[in-house]
Design a binder for this molecule. Sequence first.
Ligand SMILES: [Zn+2]
Length: 175
Amino acid sequence: MQKVKLPKLIDPVKSATKRSDYQGVMMSSDMARLTEAVASVAGTIESEVKFDKDAQGLNFFHGNLATTVELICERCGEQFVHSIQVSFCYSPVKGQSQEDIDELPEVYEPVEVNDHGEINLLELLEDELILALPIVALHAEEDCNIKQDQMSYGKIEPADERPNPFAVLKELKRD
Ligand SMILES: [Zn+2]
C-alpha cells in the first residue's frame, strides 16, 4: 500500500473539527534545511498527525515522526546512522495576545496560523526534526573508530615527557 503524503499547508482548526488523522510520509527532498544539516537523510519521514479538540474545546494536533539520518562523527570523522523519533503537540493560535498564549495548557506548544488560517505543517515538522538532531554528533563509544583508551592516552601522558613549550623560547633567546 502506498503511503499518503502529508499536506504541506493545512488548516488546523478545520482539521480539528473533522478530527483528521494522517498516517503517511513526508519527503526529505522537501526539507532543504534538514538535508543541509546532516550528511544524508532517508528519502521518507514516517509521519503521523492527528487533529482533535480537547475537553475544553481547544483545537490541537499531535503526532510523531521517525526517520534515519547519517551524521559525521566529530571524534573520528566517519559517517554513522542515527535514528530520529520525535513526538509533538501543538495548539494553533491566531493573533492572540501573549496572555492568551500564556494561558494555553503547558502540553501544547503554540503555533501561529497565517492570514488564511493555515499552518505550514512541512516547515513546522522539519523544525522538529532539526531540533532533535544531537548538538554534537558522536558514535556510540563502542562503534567509534577512535577508542576511548586511545583518547585518554594523550591525557595521561606524563607531563615531563612532553616537550616544554618554553624550550622553544629559550632557543630563540639564545640566538
Ligand atoms: Zn566515531
